[in-house]
Design a protein around this ligand. Structure first.
Ligand code: SF4
Ligand code: SF4
Length: 452
């Protein structure tokens, strides 16, 4: 289907195509794109900030796949009735900015927005504030102020779905840390982390852990045979005794005990909290105080934990005692959700605080604090197709209901065949075979395909 054959009145057809091809937000929790793009808006933003240290694949795509990404952005801008399509990238990446600035001239409504080099510049609330001057309501989403934010690779996948009828069967990620050849890797969905690491020359470490995603918001896993999903943005190999591992694997009782012992109520966690600075009613030092002293808990203080984005600024940069308000907030959120508590923040205005402009945390400081500077190598090596003879396609790779397997053990499939569908009446996303082969497992959680 050519772009010319796809006028705006065929929006339903575009959305159907996005659903059929299994496109989900590749940069966050995997919100199905056909649902997000069903809304009208005034501004569509491509989040090219890639603010997590060490990750590089978005910048790679913006330079090497510019035309596909801009063509998809132009489509969704026209489709949603938006006045602006903005690609937000950090100004420090001059080669990315100049490539995009030249390319957007061909499009009437597209523009490039240069971000400062701070963390978390890619947080949706910060991004919308920077670009439109408007604050997203606390606990709200960008569409409430007329914005849709999309990830770089999602836009590439939109292009492939709409203009080439290609489903999502691979994703770009950064593989780095303790590997022989750090690289940008285009990995088939379902290959193992071990496959990706081997494609990057392997590791010399006898024992290692894997940081999946970025260092600030990613997670530590110990099983290299877990599969790549549509959301895997990074595979960073680390020694098991790296400080980041200890930080991310503290048991809950230890986090609470440390906080009770050491929090000096200096307020630095609040002073640097990006969500507090945007005007949200989140004051982590008060939450720490309430937990520590066991006083009666005023609801408005403790429910502020629900506004925490878990960006990690408080624990990595702010706290002089190396405490983690982030993990404390995560614990509170888990408990409140388990109790069925739903907070209503709708009446709360979000007017950024005076110091918002001046308290942005430089990315270099984050890297230094995390002791990751030696891995900040900006890899130029590219693995264009990391595949395997066996892939494990998870049926839950997105927000919403998990897909339901539509194949059985013994079926033969080809790359691109749908192997899991959205349950009737539910919100979700399809998943597709990423290699040709035989289905050897199909249950409620996964489809495993063996080549040959
Ligand atoms: S992790 Fe810390 S700094 Fe980030 S939003 Fe939560 S409380 Fe604020
Ligand atoms: S920065 Fe640390 S010590 Fe200071 S109030 Fe926050 S948690 Fe307590």
């Amino acid at each position: 289907m050519s772009m010319e054959a796809l006028p705006i009145q065929n929006r339903a057809e575009v959305l159907d195509r996005l659903k059929a091809m299994g496109v989900v937000g590749a940069g966050g929790a995997g919100f199905p794109t056909h649902v997000k793009e069903a809304a009208d808006c005034t501004t569509v933003i491509i989040n090219g900030a890639e603010c997590e240290p060490l990750l590089e694949s978005d910048k790679y795509l913006l330079v090497h796949d510019t035309d596909r990404i801009l063509r998809a952005l132009d489509l969704v801008v026209r489709m949603s009735g938006a006045k602006r399509g903005v690609i937000a990238v950090k100004g420090r990446y001059g080669h990315v900015v100049s490539r995009l600035a030249a390319a957007v001239r061909a499009y009437e409504r597209l523009e490039v927005f240069e971000l400062e080099n701070y963390y978390p510049a890619g947080d949706e609330h910060s991004l919308v504030k920077e670009i439109t001057g408007v604050s997203v309501p606390p606990a709200g989403i960008p569409i409430q102020v007329g914005c849709i934010v999309q990830n770089v690779e999602t836009m590439r996948n939109v292009h492939e779905a709409v203009f080439a009828s290609l489903p999502v069967t691979a994703r770009y990620l950064t593989c780095g840390g303790e590997v022989a050849s750090p690289s940008i890797v285009r990995a088939r969905i379902g290959v193992s982390f071990r496959d990706v690491i081997n494609a990057c020359g392997g590791t010399a470490l006898d024992e290692y852990v894997i940081l999946v995603g970025g260092p600030m918001m990613g997670s530590i896993v110990r099983d290299p045979d877990l599969p790549v999903t549509k959301l895997t943005s990074g595979i960073i190999v680390l020694p098991p005794d790296h400080p980041l591992v200890a930080l991310n694997t503290q048991p809950a009782h230890w986090v609470i005990k440390q906080s009770k012992t050491a929090c000096c109520q200096c307020t630095m966690c609040t002073e640097l909290c990006p969500r507090y600075l945007l005007g949200h009613n989140l004051e982590p030092h008060k939450i720490m105080r309430q937990i520590n002293l066991g006083l009666d808990i005023p609801e408005e203080v403790i429910k502020g934990a629900l506004l925490c984005s878990e960006c990690g600024v408080c624990e990595v940069v702010a706290c002089p005692m190396m405490l983690s308000p982030r993990l404390m907030n995560r614990l509170i959120k888990q408990k409140l959700r388990a109790a069925g508590y739903k907070a209503d923040f709708s009446g709360q205005p979000a007017v950024s605080r005076d110091m918002w402009e001046y308290r942005k945390v430089p990315t270099s400081r984050v890297l230094n604090r995390l002791q990751l500077s030696k891995y900040d190598v900006h890899p130029s090596r590219v693995v264009e197709d990391c595949s395997s003879r066996r892939v494990e396609i998870l049926l839950r790779q997105h927000i919403g209901a998990p897909a339901e397997a539509r194949v059985r053990a013994g079926d033969r499939v080809k790359r691109g065949d749908m192997v899991g569908d959205v349950p009737t009446g539910a919100m979700g996303a399809r998943v597709h075979a990423s290699i040709d082969g035989e289905v050897i497992v199909a249950d409620t959680e996964r489809v495993i395909i063996q080549a040959g």
